[in-house]
Ligand binder design. Structure first.
Ligand SMILES: [Zn+2]
Length: 145
């Protein structure tokens, strides 16, 4: 996930628009909507898949969609305004949206934004449960000993 965020921030994600700059035979049309050119910004916030996905997160859209200049600036601004849980959700969301986009482009598999959101929350819940149980074990261990 950290590598992906770094790629987003340095605008190094291999979007179809960036691949087309190197190979003219590549179609840069977004596979999500089939209308717009697939840029990082389009995939992560503008495409209907991303919009529906972020709507399910219930995070403030005004904050999420506030892309002023660069991708790095966007990530930084959003993370500054979100609290801990939402910040984790935001990073997870970027990862999940990109993962789904890759499944679409490379394997032709499509998934609904709701299914993608459900998968991400299951992963994040599992992660939090694991953290809680570790903490619990610590507490039990220290009171018993
Ligand atoms: Zn699109």
């Amino acid at each position: 996930m950290r590598v992906l965020l770094w790629k987003v921030c340095s605008e190094a994600l291999p979007t179809l628009a960036s691949l087309r700059r190197r190979r003219s035979d590549i179609d840069s049309e977004c596979t999500g909507c089939g209308v717009e050119t697939e840029t990082i910004r389009h995939v992560l916030i503008e495409c209907h898949f991303a919009r529906q996905f972020w709507a399910l997160s219930q995070m403030p859209w005004q904050c999420l969609s506030d892309w002023q200049s660069s991708a790095a600036d966007w990530v930084f601004q959003v993370l500054q305004r979100l609290d801990g849980t939402d910040a984790v959700c935001f990073c997870g969301g970027i990862w999940k949206i990109w993962q789904d986009r890759c499944c679409r482009v490379m394997e032709g598999k499509t998934q609904s934004p709701a299914a993608a959101w459900h998968e991400l929350t299951a992963i994040l819940d599992g992660y939090q449960a694991a953290r809680r149980s570790t903490r619990f074990r610590h507490t039990v261990g220290s009171t018993a000993g």
